[in-house]
Design a protein around this ligand. Structure first.
Ligand code: F0G
Length: 393
């Protein structure tokens, strides 16, 4: 393990979450030995257990991962990795199975997470499965209904703050770092990213290495996790190159995209992030250093898209591809189309868009879309349908 901030290095130790010397972000270095897809057994995240360091004598799993890679109907050679098919409806489950298993195997009884909603729902489910007490810190009034409902369903204690995710995140840091009383399930916990990197393993096993991978970015852990997965496979000679990582943010919450655009070494944080894509409504991504590393070293980039572009992309995904993704995930398609238009990516290359969460997470976003809902007299249903069929002929 190596600290991205001060360079401190230590042997792999599952008890360590942040740098013991400076509190910074730790990277877990993994060197695959004799790794081959043809030797693997099982499905989902734990199929790749040889690539996940640590002791997992007890695994807390609800069969996460093994999500569909769906070919686009519109763009040839483009695929959607539909993470909405995970047990709680987002990619977070991949990270939670590893982090919660680590918490159990290192003896923790209480876990906590700040969240824009999906981490909360996922953490709550895995904590229940493990029999752990869980505290969730949420930005009041800014969590999509489905995610809040899930957190209630799984029985978590919900602590609400007036303010953004970033304030919630800071208070979880206080519980973990200053008070040392909880195991943190946010993505600054590098063990979570060891689970999330299996997105890359699954893609590589199914279609080899893509040219570009397009990922919505919020707290900025996932883009790094996916890059890390591809990097490990490339270093082991399993794939021949690392795809370019293209991060997509919402215009109102775009510190990483702005930093890449302006060539800054450190992002300028957004004090009051705002976007319809509440999952990625984050102004101070804790993993910014990891995300910038993944983007720069893969020769990728980061872009921002407007709320209107996100809404249009969500509709297009649903109404032209038949895929229901939440707004933050649809940002990947909005960003992909922008990248095509700006000549940043070639639509005829092999490209994968990560659709991070299910449409059902955010019913309000769906209900705001234009709908054809007509109150009818059931006796005269043919008046409408016949009339329209005739008009179309
Ligand atoms: N897409 C969805 C649906 C998300 O829920 C998130 C993050 C992201 C993308 C961005 O991933 O943070 O690794 O860059 N949601 C977190 C949460 C912040 O609390 O659920 P990231």
């Amino acid at each position: 393990m190596k600290c991205l901030d001060c360079g401190y290095e230590t042997d792999i130790n599952q008890k360590i979450i942040t740098c013991p010397r400076c509190g910074g972000l730790l990277e877990i270095k993994v060197k695959l030995k004799g790794f081959s897809f043809s030797n693997l057994k099982g499905r989902g995240v734990w199929r790749y257990k040889d690539a996940i360091p640590g002791n997992y004598s007890k695994i807390v799993s609800i069969n996460e991962g093994n999500t569909p890679l769906i070919p686009s109907r519109i763009y040839k050679q483009t695929f959607y990795k539909f993470e909405g098919a995970n047990p709680t409806g987002s990619f977070k489950d991949r990270g939670m199975t590893v982090a919660v298993s680590s918490a159990v195997n290192t003896g923790y009884k209480v876990v906590a997470a700040a969240s824009t909603g999906n981490t909360a729902a996922s953490a709550a489910a895995y904590a229940s499965r493990a029999g752990l007490r869980i505290y969730l810190v949420l930005p009041k009034g800014k969590v999509a209904l489905g995610k809040l409902a899930q957190s209630i369903l799984y029985g978590a204690t919900i602590l609400e703050v007036n303010g953004s995710f970033d304030i919630a995140m800071a208070s979880v840091m206080r519980l973990y770092k200053d008070l040392g009383i909880v195991y943190p399930l946010n993505s600054f916990n590098p063990w979570r990213l060891e689970g999330q990197k299996t997105i890359a393993y699954e893609i590589a096993e199914e279609i080899g290495e893509p040219d570009n991978v397009i990922v919505p970015v919020g707290n900025a852990g996932n883009i790094y996790a996916i890059w890390k997965g591809f990097t490990e496979l490339q270093e082991a000679g399993v794939i021949s190159k690392i795809p370019r990582m293209i991060g997509i943010q919402a215009e109102g919450a775009a510190p990483i995209a702005k930093a890449i655009e302006k060539g800054l070494n450190e992002p300028e944080f957004f004090e009051n992030p705002e976007t319809i894509a509440t999952a990625i409504r984050i102004g101070k991504p804790v993993n910014w250093k990891k995300a910038i590393k993944a983007i720069r070293s893969s020769k990728g980039t980061a872009l921002s898209v407007s709320d209107q572009e996100i809404i249009d992309a969500q509709k297009k995904l649903a109404r032209e591809e038949g895929i229901g993704a939440e707004p933050a995930s649809a940002a990947a398609l909005a960003g992909y189309e922008k990248a095509i238009n700006e000549g940043i990516v070639d639509k005829d290359q092999k490209n994968v868009l990560i659709l991070t969460g299910h449409a059902l997470k955010d019913p309000d976003a769906m209900l705001r879309l234009d709908a054809r809902r007509i109150l009818i007299n059931p006796e005269h249903i043919e008046n409408i349908v016949l009339g329209e069929i005739n008009d179309n002929n």
